[in-house]
Design a protein. Structure first.
Length: 221
């Protein structure tokens, strides 16, 4: 597997950090929305589906998933209470309370039963987890997904070799890990190493940084 940097921070500290960012997060993360939208297009949520979003933030994708599933249900999981409050207010404005629910948790396992979800969606979240935790999270995604379910992830991507902006970003991440808390990860390799089959992927660039949007399905044991 490609070498990639670590996230040396307790998960609980991440919750406090994003609580502080919550009032300005929509502005700070506005450049990500274009790629989240492309991820949602790849997810292609359908009426009647049960879909989990890991790291729903202030609810940008959660609102769209909730509107798409109609008679189904959208579940959001995040570790920031203040982010969740903002997301909940957005969901209430679209009157989606009967088809969306938010969970605040900073620990694994995912508090949902096994083999129940049609899809899991995550954008700019996997790369916030420290290296040893990513396989645990992907294992939990496999557990909660139906055998025919799908996982769509949008992530900073660890290309080999990284372009100049990627190398610069990694350097800044290592020097200022609390300010730049995410880093590029080898998403496709991580998925394949943790019993997912990559079915589709799309490469993008954000401010010169490699982005990957990937759809994967669980493989047999």
């Amino acid at each position: 597997m490609s070498e990639y940097t670590r996230v040396h921070r307790p998960v609980s500290a991440a919750g406090s950090y994003y609580d502080k960012l919550a009032p300005w997060y929509d502005l700070l993360a506005s450049s990500e929305k274009k790629y989240i939208q492309k991820g949602l297009e790849m997810l292609d949520p359908h009426p009647g589906e049960l879909i989990l979003e890991i790291g729903f933030g202030t609810g940008y994708a959660q609102v769209q998933i909730a509107e798409s599933v109609e008679s189904g249900f959208s579940i959001g999981l995040d570790l920031s209470l203040k982010m969740a409050a903002i997301a909940q207010s957005k969901l209430q404005r679209i009157k989606s309370g009967t088809r969306a629910g938010l969970i605040c948790s900073d620990s694994l396992p995912i508090p949902l039963p096994s083999n129940r979800l049609d899809a899991v969606f995550s954008s700019f979240t996997l790369e916030l987890f420290d290296t040893p935790l990513i396989p645990d999270l992907l294992s939990e995604c496999r557990r909660v997904l139906k055998p025919q379910g799908r996982l769509v992830a949008v992530s900073l991507f660890k290309e080999n070799p990284l372009p100049l902006m990627g190398r610069l970003y990694e350097t800044l991440h290592n020097r200022y890990p609390r300010l730049l808390d995410c880093r590029p990860i080898p998403l496709k390799t991580l998925l394949e190493d943790n019993r997912f089959e990559v079915k589709r992927s799309r490469s993008e660039k954000m401010w010169g940084l490699p982005i990957i949007i990937t759809l994967a399905i669980p493989t047999s044991p």
